[in-house]
Design a protein around this ligand. Structure first.
Ligand code: HEM
Length: 494
């Protein structure tokens, strides 16, 4: 027994010695940003995760960005002041974190030849090597342009406005009969169906229900321990993806056959059409494989299940806590509703998007919620940005939340204040406001997201009142309401 304990102690010492040696080697490398790699294996992960469970999720970054400046009389504080760019070790990865908007901009723009995306292993396993999140260079540019072109096309805008409107009105009408609504769950019914309809023209029914069920199983594995054998989370999610692929393949096949059997070029109505048309018109060298299409279609459903419902839930939360903003939002939306009722005209994409205060509410929600708190990249070569060295092979985290929650950029950053955007001007993506990322990978769903949120808000505030129960936002591993935001809804008579 004593012999065994002795062995363990020896192994412990050996591992500790090796860790210290490796850490020193890394830390002495010329020009690396200041910082601390923390404990062996776990690094500074525990503190990082703990901050995600507080109301100030960027406290981990804040502390390192401006730690103890001016507190010690003997000047020793300089050793622990890391600055806007620092190194750490979180979630099993030694990483350089940037909280500097200018450095973030370079990281986002230098994509492809210098930085490539670096996602956790569970995500890369589930999405596969053809995923838009993993492809790079000209292929990524091409697929990005196809998605962006489709999402911004006037045909889709007209069609999707009606579809979102219909789905929002229908879903809201079911809320009034329910004793309690969990906004986080209920909003998925709107966003998932709208997206699947736009991607593949599947309406409500068996296929939609099947995809919804399997997709819920699929996304559970996006952040999990990346071990793949029967019974593990990752394995179950991969199996769900296989089952979904069968349905998507069948739909693509049916569409391919229909396309072959017609002499005319049918109009493009969904994303399957966009990709099939691209395949048809591309040279053999450039042709995307059919498996590429099916995989990417499944991946494009993620915002319908995750990001969009979270944005809708948080806007309800912020408005529930800020009655003045809700009042002003109602006024603006009631005005539009009256105009539309008086003229008996339907709403257009532009009607919804032109309400300025509503757009400010959306910008403020995106700033404060930080649904995607930053992006992870890996350096393909040694890079120097603003005097900081990022060595080849290192991961970098361009932290958007640290910029959005920095009081030097936003006065009272933790306050929900849609009026701040009146002073700051239009909420276009600039270095200080990047909820949709930037550069070559700027989210192609940016306008669609704003439209969906605008339509949801319009019909919610002009037809209903609600009372929200006490709930808190949790920021780790992804932004969510702790209790899924329970509310009670009553219709108003106008
Ligand atoms: C509030 C909602 C949303 C937020 C906050 C959001 C945020 C983001 C961010 C930050 C990125 C950049 C990732 C990176 O640089 O690695 C991104 C990429 C992307 N988003 Fe969104 N997104 C939202 C909704 C949507 C919607 C509705 C769609 C449409 C289907 C969409 C499709 C995509 C795609 C395809 C990419 C990958 C682009 C590429 O790598 O070239 N997103 N999104």
């Amino acid at each position: 027994m004593e012999w065994l304990i002795g062995c363990w102690v020896f192994i412990g010492i050996l591992v500790g010695w090796y860790w210290i040696k490796e850490k020193k080697k890394i830390e002495t490398k010329h020009g690396l940003p200041e910082g601390n790699l923390g404990w062996p294996f776990i690094g500074e992960t525990l503190e990082f995760i703990a901050s995600g469970y507080t109301s100030q999720p960027v406290s981990f970054m804040e502390k390192r960005r401006s730690l103890t400046l001016g507190q010690n009389a003997d000047m020793s504080f300089l050793a622990s002041w890391y600055g806007k760019v620092f190194r750490t070790n979180i979630l099993g990865t030694p990483i350089i974190v940037s909280t500097d908007p200018e450095v973030n901009k370079v990281i986002l723009q230098n994509h492809g030849s210098t930085f490539i995306p670096a996602y956790p292993k569970s995500i890369t396993e589930l999405f596969g090597k053809n995923s838009i999140l993993q492809i790079n260079g000209t292929l990524q540019k091409r697929v990005h342009a196809l998605i962006g072109g489709f999402l911004r096309s006037p045909q889709l805008k007209a069609r999707i406005t009606k579809e979102i409107e219909h789905s929002v009105k229908f879903t809201l009408s079911t809320w009034k009969d329910m004793h309690e609504i969990y906004v986080q769950d209920e909003t998925k019914k709107i966003t998932f169906e709208v997206l699947v309809e736009a991607l593949m023209s599947i309406g409500p029914g068996e296929d939609m229900n099947f995809l919804k069920r399997e997709f819920e199983e699929f996304v559970k594995g996006l952040i999990c321990i990346p071990i793949k054998f029967p019974g593990t989370r990752l394995y179950k999610s991969l199996k769900a993806k296989e089952r979904m692929l069968k349905v998507v393949r069948r739909i693509v096949e049916e569409r391919k056959t229909a396309l072959r059997n017609t002499n005319e070029k049918p109009p493009i109505i969904d994303f399957v059409d966009v990709l099939l048309r691209d395949i048809e018109e591309s040279s053999e060298m450039q042709r995307l494989p059919y498996d590429f299409i099916t995989g990417n279609i499944i991946e494009l459903m993620v915002p319908g299940e995750e990001t969009m419902p979270t944005a809708m839930t948080l806007v309800v939360k912020f408005l529930s806590d800020c009655p003045v903003a809700l009042e002003k939002l109602m006024e603006e939306n009631m005005e539009l509703k009256k105009m539309k009722t008086d003229s008996s005209e339907g709403y257009t994409w532009t009607d919804y998007m032109s309400m300025q205060f509503t757009q400010n509410v959306i910008s403020e929600t995106l700033r404060l919620a930080n649904i995607i708190n930053g992006v992870w990249r890996k350096a393909l070569k040694d890079v120097q940005i603003k005097g900081y060295s990022i060595p080849q092979g290192w991961c970098v985290l361009a932290s958007f939340s640290s910029v959005h929650m920095n009081e030097n950029n936003y006065e009272n950053p933790y306050r929900f204040d849609p009026w701040r955007w009146e002073k700051m001007g239009a909420a276009v993506n600039n270095n200080f406001f990047t909820p949709f990322g930037g550069g070559q990978r700027l989210c192609p769903g940016l306008e669609l997201s704003r439209l969906e949120l605008s339509i949801f808000l319009h019909h919610l505030v002009t037809s209903y009142r609600w009372v929200a129960q006490q709930d808190e936002i949790v920021y780790f591993p992804t932004v969510k309401m702790k209790r899924k935001l329970p509310i009670r809804v009553t219709p108003i008579s106008t």
